[in-house]
Design a protein around this ligand. Structure first.
Ligand code: FAD
Length: 418
């Protein structure tokens, strides 16, 4: 039987996304020796993908509002987000030679919008500080003696370290590396881990074939969407979304995705109410629809009176029966509150991010696993979720930094030496 090769390092980081790299930066900055292992042939793949549509690094809104974006997890994340806030993230990027700007929506982007120049500069600096990166090394959890098991191109190897940081990501876009395969082994070791679920994801709607064929890919602009959860809480947002062949996706839907997903889990479906004319009152809309239309078709009547055309007109026809389309009152109320039944969240692998992960009660304030002294967790593998808008990377960077600082303190206290 082949005997697994063994190695020993001072600090091991598993996962080379933004959280793991930020933890490495803190440790290297304090003169620690750091080995980073990633299962993929290169690090930062999801970070690079995030840059494809414009890398939204963080958000410039005031800190109390910022922290509210994390819902109930705001109390667990508030301190680390305050220690490494949007201004600190901008300064950090600036130190890497990456200028940033605050967009009209208060979102903060690198001037070049892309992730690649930032990642390149970051890796260059980390390597010059001594970071050793081992790609194609997959962490498989602990062996019976408490050493780390790794699957490597040279077979299975084991590793011991004075201190370890797990930054293994969530479970979406598994082809980029974060596949959530860590959940079972971490759970088996006694750590409370919530199931990974899709967040910032699309939802399925049972569109009729004609509607799908005609409108898939169409943006539905300037609408308001609201959802009342089974607990009676109403969430309302203004924005736009896109019709897809399977249902609905896009910013407005993502911003409601946590409440939509949880409602579907609870009740089997969620009804989204769309106000297709949010800037007009219900009375105005009813008066316009009820205005005599003579020989004009309903379509040209709605177009001339309310500028309802294209996909918005299609939605009305998708929801109302032929008979209901003869009733002005019914048309007007539907334009102001079109009830769209969503039947399922799209699969986790397609989502922008994951909800669920390591429960905060399993962690100390410095993100060390209470069950496993010397092992820290950071990034999307922790149990939080937030809308898009730079809130995701903000926590990944800030929690990576927190885990790095926690690891430094731990190393000082235990004074473990290779
Ligand atoms: C399309 C898209 C666009 C996005 N855009 C934005 C945006 O503009 N702004 C924003 O804030 N966020 C955005 N995000 C989210 C953001 O990219 C993630 O939240 C962030 O990358 C998570 O960082 P992380 O370090 O926790 O995990 P990851 O970036 O997922 O990194 C985890 C790393 O761990 C490695 N790994 C996993 N398992 C193992 C293992 N067992 N052993 C060894 N290595 C392992 C993986 O290969 C990976 O390199 C976007 C996401 C997607 C999918």
């Amino acid at each position: 039987m082949a005997i697994a090769a063994k190695s020993q390092v001072r600090t091991a980081i598993f996962g080379g996304g933004p959280a793991g790299l930020m933890a490495a930066e803190v440790l290297l900055g304090a003169g620690e020796s750091v080995d980073l292992y990633d299962s993929m042939p290169s690090v930062g793949r999801k970070f690079l993908l995030a840059g494809v549509g414009g890398l939204n690094l963080t958000h410039a809104e005031p800190q109390p509002h910022f922290i509210q974006r994390y819902g109930a997890r705001g109390s667990d994340l508030g301190a680390l987000l305050t220690d490494f806030d949007a201004a600190a993230i901008q300064a950090w990027a600036g130190d890497l030679g990456i200028a940033t700007f605050v967009g009209s929506s208060q979102r903060i982007f690198p001037t070049a919008m892309k992730a690649a120049p930032l990642l390149r500069a970051w890796l260059h600096r980390l390597r010059s500080q001594g970071l050793r990166i081992h790609v194609r090394h997959r962490c498989l959890g602990w062996d019976g003696q408490g050493a780390w098991r790794m699957q490597t191109p040279h077979g299975e190897q084991t590793l011991t370290s004075a201190c370890t940081i797990l930054a293994l990501g969530g479970g979406s876009w598994s082809r980029l590396g974060s596949d959530g395969a860590w959940v079972p082994w971490l759970r088996q070791s006694g750590v409370a881990v919530h199931p990974l679920k899709p967040s910032n994801c699309g939802f399925e709607v049972a569109w009729r074939a004609h509607f799908k064929k005609r409108h898939a890919g169409a943006p539905v602009k300037a609408v308001s969407a609201s959802l009342t959860t089974p607990k009676g809480v109403t969430h309302q947002r203004l924005g736009e979304f896109t019709i897809s062949h399977y249902g609905v996706e896009g910013g407005l839907i993502y911003s409601l995705s946590a409440a939509l997903r949880d409602t579907i889990e609870h009740s089997g479906r969620a009804t989204l109410h769309l106000d297709l004319l949010p800037h007009l009152s219900a009375e105005h809309v009813l008066a316009a629809v009820s205005h005599p239309r003579g020989s004009r078709s309903l379509a040209s009547h709605l177009q001339s009176r309310l500028k309802i055309t294209g996909v918005k007109a299609g939605l009305l026809r998708e929801i109302l029966t032929t008979r209901e389309l003869l009733e002005p009152h019914r048309i007007a109320t539907t334009l102001k509150a079109l009830a769209l039944p969503l039947i399922a969240a799209r699969p986790l692998d397609e989502a922008i991010s994951s909800a669920g992960g390591v429960d905060f009660s399993a962690l100390t304030p410095t993100l060390m696993l209470r069950q496993h002294p010397g092992v820290f967790c950071a990034g999307e593998m922790l149990d939080w979720e937030a809308p898009t808008g730079g809130y995701l990377l903000s926590v990944c960077l800030a929690s990576g930094r927190q885990a790095g600082l926690g690891a430094l303190t731990y190393l000082k206290i235990t004074n473990k030496i290779n």
